[in-house]
Design a protein around this ligand. Sequence first.
Ligand code: FAD
Length: 449
Amino acid sequence: MSDRYGNWGRTPPPPDGRRAVEAPLGDAFPGLRSPAGLLPRGNGRSYGDTCLNDAGVLVDMRGRDRIVSFDPQDGVIEAEAGVLLHEITERVAPHGWFLPVTPGTQFVTLGGALANDVHGKNHHRRGTFGRWVESFTLLRSDLGALTCSRTQNADFFAATIGGLGLTGIVTRVRLRLLAVPSLTIRETTYRLSCLDDYFARATEADDRHEYAVAWIDQLAKGPRFGRGHLICGDHAGSGDRTGRARRPLLSVPFTPPVSPLRGLALKAFNEVTFRKLRAEEATRDVAFDGFFYPLDRVEDWNRLYGPQGLHQHQSVVPEAMGRQAVRALMECASAHGQGSFLTVLKRFGDLPSPGLLSFPRRGYTLTLDFPNRGAPTLALMDELDRIAIEAGGAVNPYKDARMAPGVFDASFPRWRMLEAMSDPAIRSDFWTRTALRLDAGTRRLGAAA
Ligand SMILES: Cc1cc2nc3c(=O)[nH]c(=O)nc-3n(C[C@H](O)[C@H](O)[C@H](O)COP(=O)(O)OP(=O)(O)OC[C@H]3O[C@@H](n4cnc5c(N)ncnc54)[C@H](O)[C@@H]3O)c2cc1C
């Protein structure tokens, strides 16, 4: 069943229909109210339920997709929140500019990137998306339209960046861009023989390259445990300045009844991927879309996870705990007999995020994707949460559809400040499932005392 307003992980299963209204055209909050609240909606590329409000109404922002202005001298663009990142790239690349921070898909709206304060392969150099936001317009059901920047309504500025869409509807954003000589990427790939090899090279790779991320073969065992590739990149001195991505190589037209991403097929895929790099180190020029957005090359790839969808687990652990915590997370997935199709490891730098609730913080971030097999997958995810939290880390909310309220509390101790600034007419399934339950628990304890 197609679910225009689903999430990317396709968990939980969609109800009969998700209700949505078009975004307001002017600067007035939508007149429609729902007892279960409204939620601004980007392009649904969040894996979990931060972009869902199944009992309420979604405000579809995709129609608000106008580029308002672009200054090719200064590299500042102002656009409506429903503009997709690839539309920005196409507009600015011919003038020598690029997105300063880009996630692993270009089919994300400006509003969604801001509300989740997304990160990219250059976090160690550029920090999060929010660091590049100069200002935005926020529509509130109680306060009307507010201009927010570091100097104007600064508290709403901080709460909205990484604020999971809860503080109001962002209608317009002014974003500072990154000057680049071209979009072609000079990619250098290093072969990693084991996990320790990654930790031995990660810091130096960050020092040397604009972009760095590791793909890990999560199924390799024994001395090869944690083998993979460290993939680094820099903008080539000359090359592509169109910013136009190629069409997808293929598309997945329907959801197979059983996910092919398991067992022997998964093992074979990892083996082939690992062996693709024959030399210890290789450098070549590659197209920007293949470097930044390899998954976009297969349209609707999430269907390959079968009718039950997928769970993605992304955690970050402090740098000092990185080696042992990342090993423990990967060993845990192996012990549960569940292979992650795509395992990505990255070092976050120490540039602070401007958002009150932003996920990135200094340390190592590990991302694992699992086909949803119900209870066994949920048990594994709980265990991964425990390891990350005990290491002093955090679990990413916008990849999540199941974390316990206590895990959210431990990951984001400042969440009550966001709750205090949230718009009274807005709610998400994620927030109801985590923060509001914690809130209800606190009230019950207060009443009992
Ligand atoms: C293949 C793939 C790769 C990815 N790689 C990365 C990565 O490398 N780094 C990373 O950080 N993320 C990554 N993501 C996650 C994705 O970038 C984020 O979830 C992103 O925020 C989704 O944006 P969206 O426009 O689809 O918003 P949605 O998913 O629809 O919504 C996201 C949140 O933004 C809020 N929101 C949307 N529009 C507005 C608005 N106008 N005003 C206020 N709130 C709004 C929503 O309420 C919701 O809380 C990846 C996702 C995929 C599918």
